[in-house]
Design a binder for this molecule. Structure first.
Ligand code: 5GP
Length: 198
């Protein structure tokens, strides 16, 4: 390789950021891809209440607003963002440790967070999960049957805006369309494996 190549912050491929709007099946894809590759998964801190079945320290580190603010003040978070009225952030310690040890760690975070990670770790791998189209996304969101038509409209326009932002940022160097779940998982697994070789 030429010596003119920019020096990545930490071993390349150490960090894989996966983003995409809600409703594209991102969490399922991430869970399966992480399971198949055996890589580490970052556990975010959040002020959101746990959903049924979610475990503290496994799915998220559930904290209150005061604890979250302390973490930001003490510079414990690699990035953080407000998403749907709640705060979410990536604890920096485990990410730095993984990078130092040459391991791969996956971050399932939103586009605002992805852009922040790109500033600290420009050599990271960034994957954007996309719906097959706006109509398909609308159908998937409606399929949940938990929101009013107004809420659905708001979620859909937020999702489309997030995709627009992600593309504009120029940070996401991989796009995976979730048309078939198995295919999307295969592609993400391939990207994770490839990122470890570079
Ligand atoms: P949920 O509340 O459905 O688990 O997550 C909502 C959104 O927050 C998802 O898009 C998820 O990727 C994002 N998210 C989860 N953890 C973090 C984090 O640590 N930082 C940022 N920026 N976004 C996060």
């Amino acid at each position: 390789m030429s010596s003119e190549r920019p020096i990545p912050s930490g071993p390349p491929g150490g960090i894989v950021v996966i983003s995409g709007p809600s409703g594209v099946g991102k969490s399922t894809i991430v869970r399966q891809a992480v399971g198949q590759t055996g890589v580490e998964m970052s556990v975010s801190a959040t002020t959101r209440r746990p959903r049924p079945g979610e475990k503290d320290g496994v799915d998220y580190r559930f904290v209150d607003r005061e604890q979250f603010e302390r973490m930001t003040r003490q510079d414990e978070l690699l990035e953080w963002a407000k998403v749907f009225d709640n705060y979410y952030g990536t604890p920096a310690g485990p990410v730095r440790k993984a990078v130092e040890q040459g391991k791969t760690i996956v971050l399932n975070i939103d586009v605002q967070g992805g852009q922040q990670v790109a500033q600290t770790f420009p050599g990271a791998t960034f994957i954007l999960i996309l719906p097959p189209g706006e109509k398909a996304l609308a159908e998937r969101l409606a399929g949940r049957k938990t929101e009013t038509p107004e809420q659905l409209k708001a979620r859909l326009s937020k999702a489309m805006e997030e995709i627009r932002q992600a593309k504009l940022s120029g940070v996401y160097n991989h796009e995976v369309v979730n048309d078939s779940l198995a295919d999307a998982v295969r592609q993400v697994v391939g990207i994770i494996k490839e990122s470890r070789k570079t």
